[in-house]
Design a protein around this ligand. Structure first.
Ligand code: XIL
Length: 597
């Protein structure tokens, strides 16, 4: 009896205890679509391959989605002799990134430092022509080897002088610039390196990387002038790397950093924070609690500014564990600069960054709100399927529509919501940076609607969008907004150029933005039968009027999808023709076609 009782109690006693899942930096960075990276060491300079140290590798892959060799791709380790390359460390990093599904940055192809002795020696007697040949061969070889694996390169590192000013770029003396240089005056030698890197991997993003450019001043102005000139002349440059080796004393000032980021973003360039660390005064390697708190605040402050700047697409720390950091060796009396301590335990900076990722409001802009079929922006219509681009806080992988308990298309998808005048709209899918919703029919008759985007309870500032009666567009078969339309046969197969629609046959065109339905349609409801749009509808194929057999809700699909059954004009000959539907006097987008036979 007793034994039996105990047995009955066992499931209670031994109830599986589920450890609360620890949120990782990588998870929240993925939800923000931010590349969060770290420099890593893989055995260059005769040092240990840290990737073989389990807690090192685990912490790196658990918390980061981006990786860069701290030294492995610099000239000295990768090109140790004039005719010999050593890819050991760089290959290890590339393999690790591949296995752990992390992105890989390359650092660096042209720098005054970390050059092998043979190269410095060569520079003493070589002609600029010979130096140019050496540089080109190096860039070809290294960029070529990691083509398709390295998505972004620091092509040129630290070429601008610390005493540079706005009036003309002042360049640092170096073997590549003027000692003897590669035979190109001014910034032309930098430009040449970008052009060679671009030839070696046309798909890689190419960055100019430097320090002490985080605040306004002569050096930043010089860099800005240089990259502005490059952009204006079509030099292949895609971004500026801000190293961000800082202390917690206040540099860079937030306003100045935002200003510099805006200036770079205005050129259409990306921003990567490439080498962040926040060094602290240490005694025997140990920092005070107050300083660790100040450090956490600094990491959080810089991350906040990056998250609030759409052009800031990556933030990388220069190592991640205080066990391996360049700081103690280069800044006497300083250390403890990274987010994890020497035992790989998260320091206050980690919680601060996770909290920042989870609390900074996603930005929403009215030009990111577009018709889901045409991607045209502007005013929205009741029932229109729209897509919102650029609100970067959401599910890291796409989540598709679901029905709620009332049989309506759910307005909360993986904690994403889109609100119109405070009311959550049905969602078609959600993915960070791209969410699709149905404009509630309730906006009909209003002049404007206030749109807000929300993820995990964190809401964007509202954006006002004008409301119109109709904003029609035809879905494209490949969801690009144009080309062959999403047009079906009566048997629901998609009409293609390989399988054109016969003249005289009926085809089914799928569209959205046709506005209200006679008798009303339930927002988020699934169309059960046929109905009629409030607005008048006409259609042409190849400019000829096409008879409409039906125009209204698409049975079985969410209210807001318009189905138009057209007869392909008999007078057409075989060919590819534009399809245009006019709803309430407004035409669908140009460029949608149907193949006819
Ligand atoms: C540093 C590495 O961290 C050290 O291990 C190495 O001895 C010297 O270089 N700016 C840069 C980085 O662009 O390449 C430097 O890295 C730090 C400053």
């Amino acid at each position: 009896m007793r034994a039996k009782r105990l047995l009955l109690l066992l499931p209670l006693i031994a109830a599986p205890f589920v450890l609360p899942a620890q949120t990782t930096l990588r998870q929240v960075a993925d939800q923000r679509r931010l590349l969060l990276g770290s420099a890593a060491q893989a055995g260059e300079f005769g040092g240990a391959n840290l990737l073989a140290e389990v807690p090192y590798a685990t912490t790196l892959s658990t918390h980061f989605n981006l990786l860069e060799g701290e030294n492995a791709m610099k000239w000295s380790p990768i090109h140790p002799d004039p005719t010999r390359y050593n890819f050991t460390g760089a290959d290890r990093l590339a393999a690790f990134a591949r296995e752990q599904k992390m992105k890989l940055r390359g650092h660096t192809l042209l720098w005054h430092s970390s050059n092998p002795t043979w190269l410095s020696d060569q520079a003493k007697t070589a002609t600029p022509q010979a130096m140019a040949a050496t540089l080109k061969q190096h860039i070809d070889t290294v960029v070529g080897r990691y083509k398709g694996q390295i998505f972004a390169w620091d092509v040129v590192n630290e070429a601008v002088s610390d005493t540079a000013t706005a009036n003309g770029t002042l360049l640092r003396d170096s073997i590549w610039n003027n000692q003897p240089g590669i035979g190109l005056a001014g910034t032309a030698y930098i430009e040449q390196a970008f052009r060679w890197a671009h030839e070696a991997d046309p798909d890689a993003l190419l960055f100019y990387n430097d320090y002490s450019i985080e605040g306004p001043g002569g050096k930043f102005s010089a860099v800005l002038n240089m990259v502005r000139d490059f952009v204006a002349r079509g030099v292949p440059i895609h971004g500026v790397g801000f190293q961000m080796h800082v202390t917690s004393s206040g540099y860079p000032d937030s306003a100045g950093l935002r200003q510099n980021f805006q200036a770079i973003a205005a050129l259409g360039l990306q921003i990567h924070i490439t080498e962040m660390d926040v060094r602290l005064p240490v005694t025997n390697g140990v920092a005070s609690e107050a300083n660790l708190a100040a450090q956490a605040a600094t990491y959080s402050r810089i991350l906040t500014i990056c998250l609030q700047t759409p052009a800031c697409t990556a933030l990388q720390t220069w190592g991640f564990t205080d066990k391996y950091s360049w700081i103690p060796g280069f800044f006497t009396g300083f250390g403890a600069a990274l987010p994890f301590d020497v035992l790989y335990q998260p320091k206050p900076a980690v919680a601060a960054m996770i909290n920042t990722f989870q609390s900074v409001a996603p930005t929403l802009s009215s030009n990111g709100i577009v018709n889901a079929a045409s991607y045209r922006g502007g005013a929205v219509a009741p029932g229109e399927l729209i897509t919102i681009f650029g609100a970067t806080y959401g599910p890291a992988t796409i989540v598709g529509a679901a029905l709620d308990s009332n049989g309506l298309v759910s307005s909360n998808l993986a904690s994403t919501r889109v609100l119109f005048d405070g009311v959550a709209a049905p969602l078609i899918y959600s993915l960070t940076g791209q969410v699709s919703a149905v404009v509630p029919y309730e906006v009909a008759g209003r002049q404007q609607t206030s749109v807000e985007y929300e993820f995990n309870g964190v809401r964007s500032a509202p954006v006002q969008v004008n409301v119109v009666a109709t904003a029609p567009a035809i879905f494209a078969a490949d969801a690009t907004g144009s080309g062959p339309g999403l047009i079906l046969t009566p048997g629901y197969t998609v009409i293609t150029t390989a399988d054109p629609a016969p003249v005289g046959s009926v085809v089914i065109v799928l569209a959205t933005g046709a506005g209200s339905v006679v008798g009303g349609a339930k927002t988020g409801g699934i169309a059960q039968g046929i109905g009629q749009q409030s607005a008048a509808i006409t259609a042409t194929i190849g400019g000829m009027n096409a008879d409409i057999a039906y125009a209204g809700p698409a049975p079985g699909l969410v209210n807001g999808v318009l189905q138009v059954n057209l007869t392909v004009p008999k007078a057409l000959s075989a060919g590819i023709y534009p399809v245009v539907i006019t709803v309430g006097g407004v035409r669908t987008q140009d460029g949608v076609t149907i193949a006819v036979r």
